[in-house]
Design a protein. Sequence first.
Length: 525
Amino acid sequence: MKRVFSNSFSYHTIILAFAVLFVGFYNDTFWLKIYSYSIEEIDNGGYFLVFVTFITYVLILALAMELITFRLSAKWIIGILVCIAGVSQYYMKTLDISINDMVIESLLKTNLSEAKEFLSAGLFYSLIGYVFLPICILYVMRLKHKTSFLRGVRVKFILIMVYILSILGMYVWQGSNIVFAFKSSKSIIYMTNPISPIRSTIDYVLNSFDTPKEFTHIALDAKLSTHHHKKIFVLVIGESARAANFSLNGYSRDTNRYTEKLDSLVNFTNFYSCGVITAISIPCMLTNYTHQSYKKRNQSIYTDNLLDITQRVGYETYWISNNGDTCIGEVCARVKNITYYNDGRLDGAMLEKIDTLIKNAKDDSFIVVNLHGSHGALYYQRYPKEFEIYTPVCKEKELQKCSHQEIVNAYDNSLIYTDHFVYHITQSLKQKKDFFTGLWYLSDHGESLGEYGQYMHGGLPYPLSPDFQKHIPSLIWLGKGYEAQLDKLFKHKDDGFNHDYLFHTMLHLLDIQTDAYERQLDILK
C-alpha cells in the first residue's frame, strides 16, 4: 500500500479526495432520499439532480475542511471525521434513522447494558470498511514538504475563493431544485454525513447550556379582577398567512370578503412575527418571552405559558389543532382539554367542535385553535373546491414549476377559506348573549411566494428573511362588553406590534391580574 502512495500529496489534495469519499461512500440514506424525491417531483430529475447535488455537496464539505485545517492538522481532523461518519453510516443504514440532537441526547444518556445491545458483528464489519480501511489509506498518504508560510496562505486563500465561487455558481444554476429537495422532507438535512452528526452534537451542547434545569412557574399570583364578567375568548393561530395578501391591508383581491363585514373588527396593519418558523413563533407568542429573549426552540418547555395561567384562574382552556399531532414547544402540555385533527381533514372540520364548546359554555372559556391555514407547498389542498375563487392554481409540490400567478391564486384561495373560518366563529360567539365574547386571529409567520427566488418560509435567519415571511395579519374582533377596549384598539391599529404583545394583551382582555403582566407590552395600554 505504501508503494501505491509513494508519491507525496498536498494536504489540499487529500482534503478534496476525502470530501469525495465522504459524500459518495457515507451517504447512502441521503442519496436514496434525494433520488426518490427527484424522480417523483422534478423534471429532468433522477441521476441529473443527484449529480448536481453530489458536486455541490463535495464543494461544501471541501470548503468546510479547508476552513478548519492546516497542513499538520489535516490528517488528524480527517481521521476524526472518518470515525464519526463511519459509525453514523452504520446506524443510519441499519436503523433507517437520521442524526438529530434528540438522537445525540439518547446516545449520551444510554447506559452500558443498553449500549451492548447495539454492538454486533455487523457493526464490526462495517467499521472495518468505513473506518479502519479509510484511516489506513489516510495514514500511508505522504504529505508534501512544507512550503513557505506566505505561499501556504496564498494557496489556501485561492482554494477557498474557488470553492465559494463554485458553490455560488451551482446555486445559481440548480439551487432552487436542491433547496426544494431539502424542503420536501426536512429530515434530509439530518442525513448529511458527517455534517448532521456534528451539527446535531453542537446543537445538543448549546441547548444544554441554554436550557433551564428546572421548571419555572410564572403568574402564581394570577387571579381574576373584581369587575370580571364571564367571558368566552377564541385565539386562532394561523399558519403561513402573510399580511401582504390581506385585502384589509390594501391588497387588490378581496381575500377578506367575510371578516370585512364585521363592524367591531380591528385590523393591525403593522404586525410582525416572533420567528419565521412555527417552532419559534408559537412558543414565543404564548409565553412571556419576547422576540429578543426566545432564542431556543425548547425554552417554552420549562415555563408556564398563557394556557397554564388561564386554566389556573378558572378558565375552561382548550387546545384544538389541525396542524400536527402535538403542540409546538409543548405549550399545551398541561392543558386538560386537547383535540387534534391530524387525519387530513380541512380546518373547517374543527368548527363543529368549536361551535359546541361556545354554545354549551357555562363558565369562562379560552379556546386556542391552531390552523393548518396556508401551509405550503400544496396551497390548493388547504380549502374545499367551492373556495377555489381564483384559477388556475398551482398543484405542484415544486413551486418553481408553476407560474407566479398560479401560486398566488392557490394561496389567496386558502386565505379566503381561513377568513370564512374566522368569520364563522364570530357568528357563533355573537349568539352567546350572556357572555363577553372576543376573537383574536394572527398568523405564526408569513410566506414567500417566489419573490427574490424564495418560496415558503424559514430558509434564512430572521434578520435576513424577507418581510413577506415576517409581516403577518392580526385581527381582533370584540363583541358585547368590550366596547371600551375596542375604541383603544382602533387608535393603535397602525402602530408597530409583534408577537411579544399577545401574552400581556390577552391577560388584559381576560381580566387576569398578575405581577407577570407588563403594561408596556399591552396594546390596550
